[in-house]
Design a protein around this ligand. Structure first.
Ligand SMILES: [Zn+2]
Length: 579
């Protein structure tokens, strides 16, 4: 009996899903391959696939279909971030090998957060139009967990490897079991076994962390010494039909990796301008390059306490991770903080960064002009490079290389699909492909930043408004305005507030009302107060009320205060200050 009902039920569900159709009418389709904008199109989505595209006048829409009016809008393929790490959260405490702050927050807490936060991270990618991500260095936990998200409509399509195979491992990551992001491979045999171990968990590819010089040898000496292990890993992966991604930032490691069969270089070469023989080698071997232009400066600017965040990032990033990036302004270990600050702001560091950044950008243009396939990737998860929200900064930096907006669009869509030969399934707005799409309010070919003007995201055929896929909690709103306050960004600061916000001195003295009044008050203060920093000491959240205990460095003064935020209809409606 039970089975019979189940059968009927299953039948109903499947016949229902067969009928699930969405029509995006009168839209301009962005053809990234032909580099053409095609106006007045109707795009039909059936279940999770694009089933038809025709001139709007030629398509008849059935009565029960969902219709999205695409008038004056642009339909682009969902974006691909070809370089991310789920085991890293993007905040200050996420890489204890780069800065050890474990006395404030243990690495174990960071790992626990990375795991528990997966759904929010995935939703944030979709919210920002990124419908495919490639995790190019994970661990067994995430490699196994991936299957839980395969069929989730809130999750991007995930390509993922296991731990990075490496001849050098930072001490803090040793012996972490399933959470260990590295597999140390000191011999050829280790290398082969490192690949074999991952096979049972079905990785999409194998990743090598090709680090040269950590053994005290010269870069080239070290690179050549480890080459037999690198080669053995590449050969073993290829033997098992797995592609190889390689971290290689020097010309010599990149060259040796490509010569020996690397399929995907996950960073730019940043120590030498590439010569033609290397470019031809990349072309001949069809090696794909992911430039990751912003990740390095994320570290340096965080340590140097000169991080800049755009309005977009202040609004779209995980607000709590973003907030930690300013913690160096108040951590008690001032000696450590000062050491990092003076290192990051030293003339040598500043010049080195400038040099490596400009070499990366020149190399990107050389490779792009030569026809080497470029795939956009952020290296999100590293300190200062936040998941999903950092993508736009990467695009803007790619633009500086001189790549055209069309080329950047290709790098961010179809080229990402080509890394694992999925171009028949992903990466363009074409019949038969997965309905992973973004509907934009503005033309991305005119300005690549228009990729942030997202009206609707369609992932695996499911339609989302960006603010529905990931809802703001009251604490999110309180944290966002706090972050923007610390970055002195008046527009981002006001964004979480209601237009008719009321500001009180506790318990009930109205100080002023309305966002415009608030703008005046704070704008002047942001401009006039040097050394402004608000540290959150404690936070209590009770339904729609957030109570923050704050310690504010206000010029030379330090003020302790409590702010009580009342949230109504997803905006901060009232604030009560107790001083
Ligand atoms: Zn990386």
């Amino acid at each position: 009996m039970k089975n019979k009902y189940l059968l009927v039920f299953t039948f109903l569900i499947s016949s229902f899903t067969i009928l699930a159709q969405t029509y995006i009418t009168n839209v301009t389709v962005t053809d990234v391959e032909k580099q053409e904008l095609i106006p007045n199109q109707t795009v039909v989505i059936t279940n999770d696939l694009i089933s038809d595209i025709q001139k709007s006048t030629k398509i008849k829409i059935p009565e029960n279909a969902t219709i999205i009016d695409g008038t004056a809008k642009y339909l682009v393929p969902g974006l691909v971030d070809a370089h991310i790490h789920f085991f890293q959260n993007g905040g200050l405490y996420t890489r204890p090998d780069a800065i050890d702050l474990q006395k404030y927050r243990s690495y174990n807490q960071e790992i626990t957060l990375a795991k528990s936060d997966m759904e929010a991270k995935l939703r944030r990618y979709i919210q920002n139009g990124i419908t495919t991500v490639i995790d190019v260095g994970a661990n067994y936990h995430f490699l196994k967990q991936r299957k839980d998200f395969n069929d989730k409509i809130f999750s991007p399509t995930i390509f993922i490897t296991g731990p990075l195979l490496t001849t050098y491992e930072p001490k803090v990551y040793e012996n972490l079991g399933e959470d260990e992001p590295f597999t140390l491979t000191k011999t050829i045999e280790d290398g082969i076994n490192g690949v074999k171990q991952q096979l049972q968990y079905n990785p999409d590819f194998i990743k090598i962390w090709y680090i040269a010089g950590a053994d005290g040898l010269s870069i080239e000496g070290s690179a050549r010494k480890n080459l037999p292990i690198i080669k053995a890993i590449i050969d073993e992966a290829h033997k098992n039909n797995l592609k190889i991604a390689v971290h290689a930032t020097q010309r010599i490691t990149a060259q040796l990796a490509v010569e020996n069969g690397a399929d995907f270089l996950v960073h730019s070469v940043d120590d030498e301008i590439l010569k033609d023989d290397f470019v031809q080698l990349m072309k001949k071997n069809k090696t794909i390059l992911c430039p990751t232009l912003i990740v390095h400066r994320g570290y340096i600017n965080t340590f140097g306490q000169k991080l800049l965040m755009s309005n977009y990032e202040l609004q779209k990033a995980d607000p709590f991770q973003l907030g930690t990036l300013l913690d160096l302004k108040h951590l008690s270990d001032t000696l450590l903080v000062e050491n990092y600050k003076s290192y990051a702001n030293s003339q040598k560091t500043v010049l080195d960064l400038k040099k490596s950044d400009s070499i990366s950008i020149v190399n990107l243009k050389i490779l792009s002009d030569a026809g080497v396939l470029i795939a956009t990737g952020t290296d999100a998860g590293n300190i200062g490079t936040l998941h999903a929200s950092s993508y736009l900064a990467e695009l803007k930096t790619m633009r500086k290389s001189g790549m055209s907006n069309w080329q950047i669009m290709q790098a961010s869509t179809i080229n990402g699909a080509k890394i694992f030969d999925r171009e028949n399934e992903l990466g363009t707005v074409s019949i038969g492909k997965k309905a992973n799409l973004i509907l934009l309010d503005a033309n991305p070919i005119e300005n690549i930043e228009n990729l942030s003007k997202i009206n609707t995201v369609i992932n695996k055929g499911a339609v989302f408004k960006p603010n529905e896929i990931l809802k703001d909690s009251p604490a999110d709103l309180a944290q966002r305005q706090l972050n923007a306050y610390n970055f002195r960004n008046i527009d981002a600061f006001l964004e979480p507030y209601a237009d008719d916000v009321e500001i009180y001195s506790y318990p009930n003295k109205l100080l002023y009302k309305g966002k415009e009044m608030m703008r005046k008050q704070y704008l002047e203060m942001f401009e006039k107060t040097p050394n402004l920093h608000c540290e959150l000491k404690e936070r209590i959240v009770q339904s729609n009320i957030v109570i923050d205990k704050e310690r504010v460095q206000f010029g030379k003064e330090i003020i302790e205060a409590v702010a009580i935020y009342h949230i109504e209809r997803n905006k901060i409606k009232k604030v009560y200050f107790i001083q």
